[in-house]
Write a protein that binds this ligand. Structure first.
Ligand code: ADP
Ligand code: MG
Length: 650
């Protein structure tokens, strides 16, 4: 049975204006193994068209091209890929070697596409490069070898999978006469090893080497002349055909992408740097937000006993009329909330993990509070009872007030005089509409900076003083002491469930922290716009890369690369760009955060940028995702390229 048989093959090209051009007309040919066929004819007679059909690069024709009794026009993509991988090898006039791959890698590429192991494919490639006499040029790039050597690499590439058919379109067209002879000898030897070699040529001399000369004119076979038959010997290119069903692995495609990127190193570094700016800004913004936020939270928490939750009565419904009191009530700092009844205290004491409930009182007024020491006097704004909320860590000097004692804020102490601890001061205030005139000993100075001057005293002292003045004191704050710091949050949640209010300062801090979060996200969002810019940049660069690598894509298809493989190579490239951009971005952000934190530590004693590993990892992942999305379109453009079109560009 013939190796290849053409029956009534017709090919027409669509040309502009809806017309068609008939390039091949009723071609009938049959080829045997061991034949060296020259196809000759004028330029434009249809030789390349015929080669492309026989090589399975173009399936758009009428008639039959039978290989092993099957029409290659009816091949599925899988069959066609197998045909390219194992049945047919191509040699081109312009060599079509991949310039960023070494001689060895150009030859192994066909096996990389079949996921043959590295050692197996290098062994095989060296074997076949030895046959074409290039065993010493393995690691050179195509640019570093002569034209004749290039064509021998291309021949080795065509032979590496031991195909039955070699298709060579003007293989000596770009060579001088001496190398032409060498290459022709080699091609003849291939046929003598039992392969079918079909080659297009212009030259009479080349045709003279052949065992058969087919002349084409205007798309028709006008002459088919048998010459001297070749002596067919053993096939010395034989190889065990491994991994019939295997395809390019992910790692293989990543390596190919990496080799290409290394070739254009400076360009790729610039792209990665460009892409990194967006990632860097987003990471910095988020880290800054979280740094500032955790600074605030830490400051808050350091002033708060983690075991204690502050509770207020809910706001009273005040109806619809808006008066100045209501406005005042809306400011959590200025409101003095309603009093607790006994059943409220009992309810709070019943919450799980609450060990005890401390009663407390605080009020706020302007202009009615005065503290006096000797000739000095100063205003204060709030009378507050002490609780477990205030710990000795909050005290700058002295201690917490005992019975008959009072603690005052630092600012007040500065106004009243020096060395106040242990001294008696006079306090005038109005609580629950009863004026109080108290003489108390200063126990200590409260150390937390606050704009709100306050005197702190014991609840019992205040209660007694008020009763003496004919008034009554009911708690308007309750402090719930938890048996375990871990339960404090649950207690706070329960308190809100029951309809009470939590600490007003905490509420402010929380609102502030939420605002800060929103602000951070807005900033990160703005920084995120640069991510769109990098995505577009990567998209453009990959499109350019597809155009630059059109030929390479054609070659990969001709040696059995699937659409999927090509897509994979380009997606790998965008993955790598994303990975490098992300790593650069995180690296630069990290460097900047070190500098910013060193500065902020120096001036404010805090680290303002909190670049967590989570941000770093998410930044890299985000960068990869964006880059891969940007790479999808160029990759599918590359996958869709028509191999005939891409190989034709010379
Ligand atoms: P040869 O290789 O013998 O020089 P080709 O096979 O390349 O000739 O071309 C045969 C004819 O088909 C020429 O007239 C050419 O212009 C035409 N042709 C080749 N490719 C195309 C195409 N893609 N679209 C339209 N016409 C084409
Ligand atoms: Mg041609």
């Amino acid at each position: 049975m013939s190796v290849m048989e053409l029956k009534k093959v017709n090919k027409s090209y669509k040309i502009s204006g809806g017309e068609t051009f008939q390039a091949l007309k009723d071609i009938n040919l049959s080829f045997e193994k061991g034949e060296l066929v020259s196809i000759i004819g004028e330029s434009g007679s249809g030789k390349s068209t015929l080669m492309n059909l026989m090589g399975g690069l173009d399936s758009d024709f009428q008639g039959e091209i039978l290989v092993d009794g099957e029409n290659i026009r009816d091949y599925s993509e899988k069959n066609l890929v197998e045909y390219h991988k194992e049945k047919v090898g191509f040699v081109f006039q312009s060599f079509n070697l991949i310039s960023h791959l070494s001689v060895l890698d150009n030859v192994t590429l066909a096996m990389t596409l079949s996921n043959v192991s590295k050692s197996d494919r290098e062994k095989r490639a060296k074997e076949i490069l030895g046959v074409v006499g290039l065993q010493d040029q393995l690691h050179k790039k195509p640019d570093a070898i002569s034209g004749g050597q290039k064509q021998r690499v291309a021949i080795a590439r065509a032979l590496v999978n031991d195909p039955d058919i070699i298709i060579a379109d003007e293989p000596t067209g770009a060579l001088d006469s001496e190398t032409t002879n060498q290459v022709l000898e080699m091609i003849k030897e291939i046929a003598e090893n039992g392969k079918l070699v079909i080659m297009v040529t212009h030259s009479e001399k080349v045709a003279a080497y052949s065992s058969r000369v087919v002349t084409i004119d205007d798309g028709r076979v006008i002459n088919d002349q048998m010459g001297k038959a070749l002596t067919v010997t053993d096939n010395k290119y034989k190889t065990a055909k491994p991994n019939r069903n295997k395809n390019l692995s992910l790692l293989g495609s990543a390596k190919l992408a990496l080799l290409n990127m290394r070739e254009k190193l400076s360009r790729n570094i610039l792209i990665a740097l460009g892409g990194s700016i967006g990632i860097m800004s987003v990471i910095l913004m988020l880290s800054l937000g979280s740094g500032v936020n955790s600074y605030l939270t830490d400051t808050m928490n350091s002033q708060v006993n983690p075991l204690v939750s502050e509770v207020h009565m809910p706001d009273e419904e005040t109806g619809n009329e808006t008066d100045i009191n209501e406005l005042q009530n809306q400011n959590p700092l200025l409101s003095s909330s309603a009093s607790f009844e006994t059943e409220n205290i009992d309810e709070l004491a019943g919450i799980e993990h609450v060990e005890s409930v401390e009663e407390g009182f605080t009020n706020f007024s302007i202009g009615t509070n005065k503290a006096t020491y000797n000739e000095n006097s100063g205003q204060f704004m709030s009378v507050t009872t002490i609780s477990s909320m205030i710990t000795s860590a909050d005290i700058a000097e002295g201690g917490l007030p005992e019975e008959g004692e009072v603690m005052i804020t630092k600012n007040m102490a500065d106004t009243l005089g020096e060395d106040l601890v242990g001294k008696e001061i006079q306090i005038n205030t109005i609580v629950n509409e009863k004026p109080l005139d108290l003489t108390m000993t200063v126990s200590g100075i409260y150390g937390i900076e606050s704009g709100l001057d306050t005197i702190y005293l014991n609840y019992e002292d205040l209660k007694n003083a008020l009763e003496e003045a004919g008034g009554e004191l009911n708690p308007n704050i309750a402090y719930l002491v938890s048996d375990d710091a871990a339960s404090t949050d649950a207690i706070k949640a329960k308190v809100e469930d029951l309809g009470y209010k939590g600490s007003s300062t905490e509420a402010i801090a929380e609102t502030f922290s939420q605002m800060l979060d929103v602000f951070t996200y807005v900033l990160a969002g703005v920084a995120g716009i640069s991510l769109v810019v990098s995505a577009i940049m990567i998209l453009t660069v990959l499109y350019i890369s597809v155009v630059e690598r059109t030929k390479e894509i054609g070659v990969i298809k001709a040696i059995g690369g699937r659409k999927k493989d090509i897509r994979r190579i380009f997606v790998s490239e965008s993955f790598l760009i994303g990975l490098f951009s992300g790593m650069f971005g995180v690296g630069i952000a990290w460097g900047l955060s070190l500098i910013a934190n060193a500065a902020s530590t120096h001036y404010f004693d805090v680290s303002i940028i909190d670049l967590t590993p989570m941000y770093a990892v998410s930044g890299i992942v985000l960068s990869i995702i964006i880059s891969m999305i940007a790479g999808l379109m160029p990759a599918s453009k590359a996958a869709k390229l028509d191999p005939v079109e891409s190989l034709r560009r010379d």
